[in-house]
Write a protein that binds this ligand. Sequence first.
Ligand SMILES: [Zn+2]
Length: 283
Amino acid sequence: MKQYILFFIVIAGVIFSLNKISHSVFPNEYQIHFFHITEGDAILIKTPSGKNILIDTGKNQITLNKIQKYNSMFQNTIDILFITHGDSDHIGGTASIANKMNIKSIVYSGANKPSRTFKNMEMQTKETPKNILFSNATWRIDQNILLETIAPLSNISYHDEHTNNDSLVFRLTFFNKKSILFTGDIEAETEKAILISGQDISADMLKVAHHGSKSSSIKTFIQNVSPKLAIIQAGKNNKFKHPHKETLKIFESFNIPTKITATSGDILFCISKKHPDFHICPQ
Ligand SMILES: [Zn+2]
């Protein structure tokens, strides 16, 4: 009897592992996961060659659980971690990820925050090389992904309580065709400054700034991005009541559809050389 139980446990383990592996791989597809987490932003880009690119780490260890859900048990590396800014809902999950995975490099705007969470993140990642990026940089982070930085508009390296407007803003273009603009938590002040700088901010998809808060997404900024889809990362029943209905109205007024993680759950897109447009991942 004991052997039978052991046999079933082994078989169940193998099925579970195979399921995890098959779940994580769509051959030749880049996967873009906008995680539904309780609070904050966390976006995982998986490349066909098995690289993990993470943009922010959410508030807590839920982000690690999500990353593991979409990776095989053999994949425990984050190749590039982009930290848009130092608020706890964007960096709070870093320590738990660094505990279980190897974070190879961190890219951020240079803005530090005098908070316990920020210090904890610095401590947990003290061995990880860190790079500061600001506007007008271009970087081919993968054969088929081009990064262009939009903000901060100048080099910053200081401690401040209020880092929303210092968020790293960048556009990723896949296959030289389709792009996503990531805006961290920038507010109207930085949106206006970006517009004045005259940079091209058009994108096919927009990660809406600051979880759809009323303090962001001014009309002229949205008009200039002119995305075909806007993604809002906001937790279910979050205490800030994100996204704000006035912000949703702005997207409606431009006929831009929105997808909100609070109602959609994890939002996943694929893009590939064969199908170079954001699409539902093949099963
Ligand atoms: Zn935030």
